[in-house]
Design a binder for this molecule. Sequence first.
Ligand SMILES: [Zn+2]
Length: 207
Amino acid sequence: MYNSNVAILRITTDAEFLRKKSKPVTEFNARLHQLLDDMRDTLEDAWGLGLAAVQVGVLYRVCLVRCEKSSPPNGGVDAHGAQTANGVVELINPEIIACSSEKPGEEGCLSVPDAGYHTVIRPHKVTVRAQDRNGKTFTRDFEKISAVCACHEIDHMDGILFTDKSSGFARPKAAKRKQSSPSQGEGVASRKRSASAQAESDDGVGI
Ligand SMILES: [Zn+2]
């Protein structure tokens, strides 16, 4: 289902560009599918939890959110009706339609690596209505770090950065973090990494 002819895109850190608002997607065509496939490879390469199209220089309301690994590696529709592969859900024109109560958590951003990690207060569960790559509307719940990630990516579409919502600096980007600590967002990626890539991830995990 997924295009094997994909490219790793450059993740922008251009502060001015990141403030631009993304436009709704109206055409669910081969260009969109290529963008999603390229973003998927870029997310894997960056060892990230999520990625919005603005982060790769495309001002459309498109993002990826990593969730529990409940989907087949080559793609399909998960139990929530969302298009997904390897636990990465594609959201086109997403809207948060319900939120739980909020709690603080740590987050960073692939596009703002120098900011390190900040404490941000977010809902621990959100319900998102979005379209899949073919334009079909679905509704899906996201919990814990996936909920944080969905909120973070949707904020990107409106030019909002996690630092805008910071309750305080948590730690620098190079700080060592515990592995396998899903509450902080680490250890969620779906493939094994080399030791050097793992070391790099301590600098680079972000959404
Ligand atoms: Zn981000």
